[in-house]
Design a binder for this molecule. Structure first.
Ligand SMILES: [Zn+2]
Length: 398
C-alpha cells in the first residue's frame, strides 16, 4: 500500500464504516458447509464464489487449474500487489456434528470411489471470510491504493491446486503479486488470532514410495530360502526414524512415518515385493535433502546386506513445500494484530504438521470442552465471530 494504516483506531474506523452485510456470508458459509465438494471436483462451490464476486462488481477469471477463481482489484496507481487466498475443496470425512447445516453428502471422487464429504478443514470459513473481505475492500477503496488479487484455489487436499493454477497460466491473466497472504481457521477460541511474524510456520512434506523386491532367488527352486521382503522392510521402517535422528541430530526437526505397507497376494506363498509409503516432514531444505538421501542409503545398504536380488526402488513426490513467513510481511501484520486484538492475539507455535492446523491457535484456559480440530468429523467453528475476525483487512497495514 502507498500508505500504511499505522494505528488500530484508523483501521477500526475503516472497518466500522465499510462493514459488509455479514448475513450474506454466514448464509454462504452454511450453504457451502452443507453442500461440500471433494478436492478437484469443486464446480458448484466455485460458481457460488463467482456469484458473490460478480455481485460485488469484480471481473472474474474462472476455470484456472480446474475450478480455480481469481479477481484483481487494481485501485489507483502504485502500491503493492497483494494476493490473498482461500481454498475451495472439502475432505472425504463423514460429518458427525449435529449442526442443522451439517453435510450428509457423498460424492464420487476423482479416483472413482464414493466418499463422504465434509468441510472438516474449515475451507468454507476461509472462503466466506475472503469473500467478506473482498466486499469490504471494494467498499473502502477510497481509503487505500494498490492491487489486490483475490484467489480461490481448488484441490488443496492433495496439495496440487496451487501448482495446477500456476501451470494453467494464472500469471498470464493476473499480475504476479509482490506478496501473498493466507489465513486458516484453526481450533482456537472464536475471535482470537495467531501469527508467527517470521520464519517457518508449516513443515515441508514429502511422500516417498519404496519397493523392496524379494526373489526370484538364483540357483534354487525353493522360494522359502529367499530373503522375504516383508520382515526386512518392517525392520528397516522400524529403525528409520532413529537412524535419521542419529545422523542429523535431534534438534533438526525431521520426522518420518510409514503411512502405507502393502505386500503379498492371497494364495501365493512367495512374496515378490513389499511396497511402502513414507511421509517425511522437515523444516530446512538442506536437512530435507540429507534425510531423503539417508533413507535411500539405509534401504539400499540393508537390502544389499540381506542379499536381496535387486536394489530397492524409490519414487519421491513433494506433498507440500515449506511454509515460512517473511518478517517484512509478518512483522507489520503482527504489529497491527497486537494493537487491534490485544490479549486475543497470540504468537503462533511452530508445528510439524503441514495440513493439520490444530496446534496453531492457542486454546485459552477457560474453554471447557476441547475444540474439535481440523479434519475431525466434529469440526464446527463458531460462525459469526470467526467470520468477522477472518474478514479484517490486514493487508492495509502493508
Ligand atoms: Zn485446510
Amino acid at each position: 500500500m502507498s500508505h500504511s494504516i499505522a494505528d488500530s483506531t484508523l483501521l477500526q474506523s475503516i472497518v466500522d464504516a465499510h462493514q459488509p452485510d455479514f448475513s450474506l456470508y454466514t448464509g454462504f458459509y452454511r450453504d457451502v458447509h452443507q453442500h461440500p465438494e471433494i478436492s478437484a471436483m469443486e464446480e458448484d462451490t466455485a460458481k457460488k464464489v463467482v456469484a458473490h464476486l460478480e455481485r460485488l462488481g469484480y471481473t472474474v477469471h474462472t476455470g484456472i487449474g480446474g475450478h480455480g477463481v481469481v479477481v484483481v482489484l487494481q485501485n489507483g496507481n502504485g502500491g503493492k500487489k497483494i494476493l490473498m487466498r482461500a481454498e475451495l475443496d472439502a475432505l472425504p470425512i463423514q460429518e458427525q456434528t449435529n449442526l442443522p447445516y451439517r453435510s450428509q453428502r457423498r460424492m464420487i471422487d476423482r479416483y472413482g470411489n464414493e466418499r463422504p464429504v465434509m468441510h472438516a478443514c474449515g475451507h468454507d470459513m476461509n472462503m466466506a471470510a475472503l469473500l467478506a473481505a473482498a466486499d469490504l475492500l471494494k467498499s473502502a477503496s477510497a481509503k487505500w491504493t494498490g492491487t489486490i488479487l483475490i484467489l480461490f484455489q481448488p484441490d488443496e487436499g492433495e496439495t496440487s491446486g496451487a501448482r495446477d493454477m500456476v501451470d494453467d497460466g494464472l500469471y498470464d491473466r493476473v499480475p504476479v503479486p509482490d506478496l501473498m497472504l493466507g489465513q486458516h481457521v484453526v481450533p482456537a477460541r472464536a475471535g482470537t488470532v495467531a501469527i508467527k511474524p517470521s520464519g517457518s510456520v508449516l513443515v515441508a512434506a514429502d511422500s516417498m514410495r519404496v519397493r523392496v523386491t524379494g526373489g526370484p532367488c538364483e540357483n534354487t527352486v525353493n522360494p522359502q530360502i529367499c530373503v522375504d521382503p516383508i520382515p526386512l522392510s518392517m525392520q528397516i521402517v522400524s529403525e528409520l526414524q532413529d537412524a535419521v535422528t542419529k545422523e542429523i541430530g535431534p534438534d533438526q526437526d525431521a520426522t518420518l512415518a510409514c503411512w502405507g505397507f502393502w505386500a503379498g497376494e492371497p494364495g501365493n506363498d512367495h512374496v515378490a515385493y513389499a511396497d511402502m509409503l513414507l511421509d517425511i516432514k522437515t523444516v530446512k531444505p538442506e536437512i530435507r535433502r540429507r534425510v531423503i538421501d539417508l533413507i535411500k542409503e539405509k534401504f539400499q545398504n540393508d537390502c544389499r546386506a540381506a542379499g536381496m536380488p535387486r536394489d530397492p526402488e524409490f519414487n519421491i513426490t513433494v506433498r507440500a513445500p515449506l511454509t515460512s513467513n517473511h518478517d517484512d510481511v509478518g512483522g507489520p501484520i503482527a504489529h497491527v494484530f497486537r494493537a487491534y486484538f490485544g490479549e486475543k492475539m497470540t504468537e503462533m507455535a511452530f508445528t510439524r504438521a503441514c495440513e493439520d492446523f490444530s496446534v496453531l491457535g492457542e486454546v485459552h484456559d477457560d474453554v471447557a470442552e476441547p475444540i474439535p480440530t481440523n479434519h475431525s468429523p466434529f469440526f464446527a467453528p463458531e460462525v459469526d465471530l470467526t467470520l468477522k475476525t477472518g474478514t479484517m483487512p490486514w493487508h492495509l497495514q502493508l
